[in-house]
Design a protein around this ligand. Structure first.
Ligand code: NDP
Length: 452
């Protein structure tokens, strides 16, 4: 049996582009289809523009903080449209880079649909391939409250013509807390409505409660234990009703209630590809679906929904199919960051997971960072290590505080390499930094799960 291509990748985001590029570098004949902009969610409406906008939001506070250091400058007026234009120009540049990465592949700027185990329909043609990889990602989950059409989702937030002076955000996951800090830093009043007792379900509990304190210190009004039941347009904006009857008048309602695998009209059922109850494509550890010639990587599989994981899955799959064998990444302790203000970064077990496994030793430092001893800003840094009392291995590290993503990225190498508490203890710190606290924690704060 001959095919038009060795590999057809549906989706030109982080995972799909890496998979296609590596397969082509191994000599495979590759085609890629992307219906939107090259680079997918991360580049266009996710990680990259988000981080640029978070950076923008930090300058106002930096000016205020500088007063404690003797400066008398005042924050100027922020021009939202100038930020969006600058961000768009950078994203356009990145789109071009992603497109050029596909130089050794045939590209289709159109939606592709499976028509069989070895065939897709794209741009009015039927194309065959020995292997097909689905890398179409996810889309923001539509809210189900009354008047949901009056709320925006994260895709829209990157293209708003102006930033309203008051914003209500639904949810308290990554996207909700990142945009809350960003909008607040750019001068908006922000209210966060979430159903849990603290933001960021699944994170270490002490990090969650410390983030709630940090949001409050930033002036973000939180409505824990609440959901939105109704949004109505008014002459001046939107009226939001919560499940306790409370009414909030606002300029913008932003729904950040999770993301859903983007599998609609992809021809999965026709091709025999099985999905789970959440719509995610079911795959094994090699990213193989229920159809032997079809694979799925990235957010459409709803495993670990992070760009670097999608890239690892795509790269590993290309190496497995066309190269020397799969490149191995450790996916049991993947570090991640939330670009809240201040940011959070984490790797490995939370204290709650440790307690459930009988792992006891918890080391904690919570302190005012050096910068804020002079700026007088109310802001605490929290650093935490989870240590296995039997082996003394570090099984988790968590930080809420400035530069935490940069610090935890380094620590995650040590943790993946199996470093022990004694390895940390004999490491000489860099002074004066916050990071040195991770190598100077000498006294166990408590047994995992004991009251803080
Ligand atoms: P998350 O899954 O992180 O959070 C979803 C939020 O929506 C939670 O607060 C959840 O509440 C709430 N929620 C869900 N359904 C309902 C409902 N019916 N009623 C009320 N509340 C509801 O999703 P995000 O949209 O924030 O982000 C999507 C994914 O994108 C993340 O999981 C992450 O993988 C990725 N991402 C990663 C980033 C990073 O690495 N920095 C940045 C942005 C996104 P509850 O907690 O109570 O369930």
């Amino acid at each position: 049996m001959t095919y038009d291509f060795d590999l057809f990748v549906i989706g030109g985001g982080s995972g799909g582009v890496r998979c296609a590029r590596m397969a082509a570098s191994h000599g495979a004949k590759v085609a890629v289809a992307e219906e939107g902009a090259w680079g997918g969610t991360c580049v266009n409406v996710g990680c990259v523009p988000k981080k640029l906008m978070v950076m923008a939001s930090e300058y106002g506070n930096a000016v205020i903080d500088s007063h404690g250091f003797g400066w008398d400058t005042q924050p100027g007026r922020h021009d939202w449209s100038k930020l969006i234009a600058a961000k768009d120009a950078e994203i356009l540049r990145l789109n071009g880079i992603y497109k050029r990465l596909m130089a050794n592949c045939t590209t289709f700027e159109a939606r592709a649909k499976l028509t069989g185990p070895h065939s897709v329909e794209v741009a009015g043609q039927t194309i065959t391939a020995k292997h097909i990889v689905i890398a179409v990602g996810g889309r923001p989950t539509a809210p189900d409250f009354q008047g949901a059409e009056h709320a925006i989702i994260s895709d829209d937030a990157f293209h708003m013509p102006t930033l309203p002076s008051h914003v209500v955000i639904a949810g308290s996951g990554y996207i909700a807390v990142e945009f809350a800090g960003m909008f607040r830093g750019l001068g908006a009043q922000v209210e966060l409505v979430y159903r849990a007792h603290a933001p960021l379900r699944g994170f270490d509990e002490e990090i969650r409660t410390s983030l709630a304190e940090a949001l409050e210190a930033q002036g973000i009004i939180q409505h824990p234990g609440r959901t939105i039941t109704k949004v109505e347009p008014t002459a001046t904006g939107k009226r939001v009703t919560l499940d306790n009857g409370e009414v909030i008048e606002t300029g913008l309602v932003f729904s950040a209630l999770g993301r859903t695998p983007y599998t609609n009209a992809l021809g999965l059922a026709e091709a025999g590809v099985k999905t789970g109850p959440d719509g995610a494509i079911l795959v094994d550890e090699t990213s193989a679906t229920s159809v032997p010639s079809i694979y799925a990587i990235g957010d459409v599989t709803n495993r670990i929904n992070l760009t670097p994981v999608a890239i690892a899955e795509g790269h590993s799959l290309a190496d497995r199919l066309f190269g020397p064998g799969p490149r191995i990444w450790r996916l049991d302790a993947v570090a991640s960051a939330v670009f809240s203000s201040p940011p959070i970064a984490t790797v490995g077990l939370t204290e709650e997971q440790a307690a459930a496994r009988g792992i006891t030793d918890i080391y904690v430092e919570k302190f005012t960072p050096m910068r804020h001893t002079l700026s007088k800003r109310t802001r605490k840094t929290l650093m935490k290590l989870i240590v296995d009392q039997a082996t003394q291995k570090i099984l988790g590290a968590h930080m809420l505080g400035e530069d935490s993503p940069e610090i935890i990225q380094g620590l995650s190498i040590a943790i993946n390499a199996g470093a022990t508490k004694q390895d940390f203890d004999r490491t000489v710190g860099i002074h004066p930094t916050a990071a040195e606290e991770f190598v100077t924690m000498r006294t166990r704060a408590r047994v995992a799960g004991a009251p803080t």
